[in-house]
Write a protein that binds this ligand. Structure first.
Ligand code: SF4
Length: 94
């Protein structure tokens, strides 16, 4: 990740977020089954993919992120929770 992207991601992660959350009813069908998912409000900012590239991937056809692998270990789950907390639109559920 480029330095300016890291700065941007840090700023996003430390902003107070409005009271919104991912909606399971808007879950993208591209997500693999499991706890974590991305909904249709994703703005394709790349934060989650940068934080946890082992679980979040871009679908070029829809221009959005989806979960392609669910975390298993505590460390992996922690990575996904961190990515979820850094999503500026709270498009990640889990
Ligand atoms: S952080 Fe949120 S808005 Fe950004 S790409 Fe990931 S799911 Fe989409």
């Amino acid at each position: 990740m480029h330095f300016t992207q890291k700065i941007y991601a840090w700023i996003i992660c430390h902003q107070p977020t409005p009271n919104i959350m991912a909606d399971i009813n808007d879950r993208l069908p591209q997500n693999i089954e499991g706890r974590f998912y991305v909904d249709t409000t994703c703005i394709d900012c790349d934060n989650c993919r940068s934080h946890a590239p082992g679980f979040f991937r871009r679908d070029d056809d829809i221009g959005s992120t989806y979960v392609y692998r669910q975390p298993v270990t505590e460390e992996e789950i922690s990575d996904c929770i961190e990515a979820m907390e850094c999503c500026p639109t709270e498009s990640i559920g889990g």
